[in-house]
Ligand binder design. Sequence first.
Ligand code: ZN
Length: 171
Amino acid sequence: MLEILTFPDPRLRNKAQPVEKVDDTVRKLVDDMFHTMYEAPGIGLAANQVNEARRIVVADVSEDRSQPLCLINPQILALDGVEEMEEGCLSVPGVTETVQRADRVRVRAQNRDGEAFELDAEGLLAVCIQHELDHLDGKLFIDYLSNLKRQRIRKKLEKQGRSKSEAAPAI
Ligand code: ZN
């Protein structure tokens, strides 16, 4: 299992670089990320969260954990609708906050074999994808909150160290 960086670790702010070639090294990282996400447990994980500044995301929002999704070099092609959902994050343990995002998203990416594909997602998966793509740009869901709220979260996490909440899915 890979170590998951937690806020306010400055490495979470690194912008991830594109993957130039999907080779065995990349596939190994993808597999380790899936393992780490399932063990955590979470429904999504971006490579930045495990200190690999590359544009790789893994996700699985299914209840029985049977629909692994790997997005390499993901790009959002279209956003539509509005959704408010309570979010959590493996890198901000014990914190859940409501964030407003698009309800539907169309994304283009490469899979674990390096093949390009497009995907239409809605609801939880759409929110998860937007949350993870934010990670790739060094952005966290708490960035959508007020400064004051974010400072409180920082103090809380610094005081408590690591703790986990089951209140909302951790992405
Ligand atoms: Zn997250």
